[in-house]
Design a binder for this molecule. Structure first.
Ligand code: NAD
Ligand code: ZN
Length: 256
């Protein structure tokens, strides 16, 4: 059978990864769309075409209109809780198990990398599975938040009365300490595999030029072009599920 152009690109991707001393993956919402979780910026079904990010995903939005903020996140978390890892998550976990991947840096808050068996996962935008007080940062179990919302109550901190929010990084919020670890991981790696990210959200998108500047080879797999495609040695504009299944074959990984 003749090799299609895109198959040749996946072979190039495998060669690039196998030639690395230390490979790190950087993932975005696109790795979870095939698990049924909408991303933010896809042209048709991205969440930001239906919702206003400044109001529903920012600190000022939470303070100004907690009702709308909580209604949106409650709906969203229902979707997240139902989702299962897909083949992209599984291939990354299998790569790590085989010593072909050092870490996954993810912008996703859905926990699916951890659930699929990846061990070193740097969740630089936090996780929906934990909650904390916006004012004093006290930790709260996530179910408490949802129980309050189910009763129609605004969830407030027992210590200071502040609003309780999921431990996800909102607009206007500082990055968590794990972001420094991600930067260090990028500095140590000579290969960067970017999957399913529009690379429009900073400071995470800035990890790509940082990686390039330190001499790493970069591969990007994303349905649409990104602002950093020109820095990558391999760019594949296709659906991740297909590409990762082919990559698993190229790397002889036992994944379906
Ligand atoms: P984004 O929405 O900006 O970009 C996602 C990219 O993935 C798009 O360019 C799209 O073309 C591509 N894509 C979507 N499905 C794909 C598929 N099946 N195969 C190949 N490419 C596909 O997302 P981002 O870059 O991660 O940044 C936005 C922010 O979104 C992050 O802060 C993240 O926290 C948040 N987010 C997270 C989740 C989640 O946890 N699953 C979901 C939505 C948004
Ligand atoms: Zn508090």
């Amino acid at each position: 059978m003749a090799v299609r152009h895109s198959d040749a690109l996946v072979k190039q991707l495998a060669v690039l990864l196998l030639g690395g001393r230390r490979v790190t993956a950087l993932t975005g919402a696109g790795v979870s769309t095939e698990s049924g979780i909408p991303d933010f910026r896809s042209p048709q079904d991205g969440l930001w075409h239906q919702a206003d990010p400044r109001r529903l995903a920012s600190i000022s939005g939470l303070r100004a209109d907690p009702q709308s903020f909580y209604a949106f996140w409650r709906w969203r978390f229902g979707r997240l809780a139902e989702a299962e890892p897909n083949s992209c998550h599984r291939v990354l976990a299998a790569m790590e198990a085989k010593g072909l991947l050092a870490a996954v840096i993810t912008q996703n808050i859905d926990g699916l990398h951890r659930r699929s068996g990846s061990k070193r996962v740097l969740e630089v935008h936090g996780t929906y599975e934990q909650c904390h007080c916006l004012d004093c940062s006290a930790d709260y179990p996530a179910p408490l938040l949802w129980q309050n919302l189910d009763r129609g109550q605004i969830p407030r901190c027992g210590l200071c009365g502040g609003l309780i929010k999921p431990r996800v990084v909102l607009f206007e919020e500082a990055m968590p300490p794990v972001f420094e670890e991600a930067v260090a991981e990028i500095q140590r790696s000579d290969r960067l595999l970017v999957l399913g990210s529009s690379l429009e959200v900073y400071p995470v998108a800035g990890l790509v030029p940082t990686s390039h500047a330190r001499g790493a080879q970069i591969a990007i797999v994303n349905r649409e072009p990104t602002p950093y495609d020109h820095l990558a040695a391999v760019v594949i504009h296709r659906q991740l599920g297909e590409v990762m299944a082919q990559l698993a074959e190229e790397l002889s990984l036992p994944v379906r």
